[in-house]
Design a protein. Structure first.
Length: 203
């Protein structure tokens, strides 16, 4: 009985430890910090008004400037080329990286997309910028994000939001078409990113 109790106690401790450490931590954001939301149409806010994009809603939630650097239709390769100049110009404290959706639509080799995402994270980190990764669901009935998002997050110790977009695009009332949220959907995405920033210690 004593051995069983010790095993149970040890298991509970490990579960508590895992729960406490499952979200990688990033430095707290200063009150005047700039956040760079970088990506494609999901960041730009296609399907909703300019003030209804997830970066615009998030800006109001966190009380800090959130720069919307989303370009509809952009591939991750082009994003990788574009990112360094924006980081140098805007000098953000945090990069919100939501990219790869157009790669999936165009059936680009997933190893190429994964490599581009890894390189974007490396470039940002080398410039002292914290990173949060948003995974994009596959454009099929499963709406499951490709495994490389979670793999990259684990490899690099990057906080990741992987549930919001699949949940949004799985509900007709939260999307404007089959691949874009509507205003209500972007609000859900912004709320989810806000929650992750709190869990990661950024807020």
């Amino acid at each position: 009985m004593t051995l069983l109790w010790r095993l149970i106690t040890s298991l509970l401790f490990l579960l508590q430890l895992a729960a406490c450490s499952k979200t990688p931590q990033i430095p707290p954001l200063a009150a005047d910090a700039v956040i760079l939301a970088f990506g494609d149409s999901l960041t730009y806010g296609t399907g909703a008004g300019e003030s209804e994009s997830y970066p615009a809603v998030l800006e109001k939630l966190i009380g800090r400037r959130v720069l919307n650097a989303g370009i509809p239709g952009e591939l991750s390769e082009t994003g990788l080329q574009r990112l360094p100049e924006i980081l140098d110009r805007e000098k953000p404290a945090l990069l919100l990286l939501c990219h790869g959706g157009n790669d999936l639509l165009q059936k680009i080799d997933r190893s190429v997309t994964a490599g581009n995402l890894r390189e974007m994270i490396r470039i940002a980190r080398d410039k002292g910028v914290s990173v949060v990764l948003l995974s994009v669901p596959a454009p099929d009935l499963s709406l499951a994000p490709p495994a490389y998002y979670a793999e990259i997050a684990k490899e690099t110790g990057t906080p990741i939001e992987s549930r919001a977009l699949p949940r949004i695009l799985g509900k007709s009332g939260l999307k404007s078409d089959h691949i874009h949220p509507n205003a209500a959907g972007y609000r859900v995405l912004a709320d989810s990113v806000y929650d992750l920033l709190k869990k990661s210690g950024a807020l």
